[in-house]
Write a protein of this length. Structure first.
Length: 71
């Protein structure tokens, strides 16, 4: 899992696209990077309750969120 996160976050598309976004209705956090941070905090709360399978889904979601931001 750690390797997947490191590989994803070091991707040049990821690095560029986490800057994408502005605050809007339903997504007041704005940029993708702030949305990711919010998701990670929520997932930590789930993991503390033994729901850690969501962490791998988040790693994949990060990658595709950033890739979609350029379309």
């Amino acid at each position: 899992m750690k390797d997947t996160v490191e590989k994803t976050t070091s991707d040049s598309h990821y690095q560029k696209n986490i800057e994408y976004g502005e605050p809007r209705s339903g997504h007041m956090e704005g940029k993708v990077m702030y949305h990711i941070a919010e998701l990670e905090e929520n997932l930590k709360g789930l993991a503390s309750r033994g729901i850690s399978a969501f962490q791998s889904a988040t790693a994949i979601g990060r990658y595709f969120s950033c890739r979609l931001a350029i379309w």
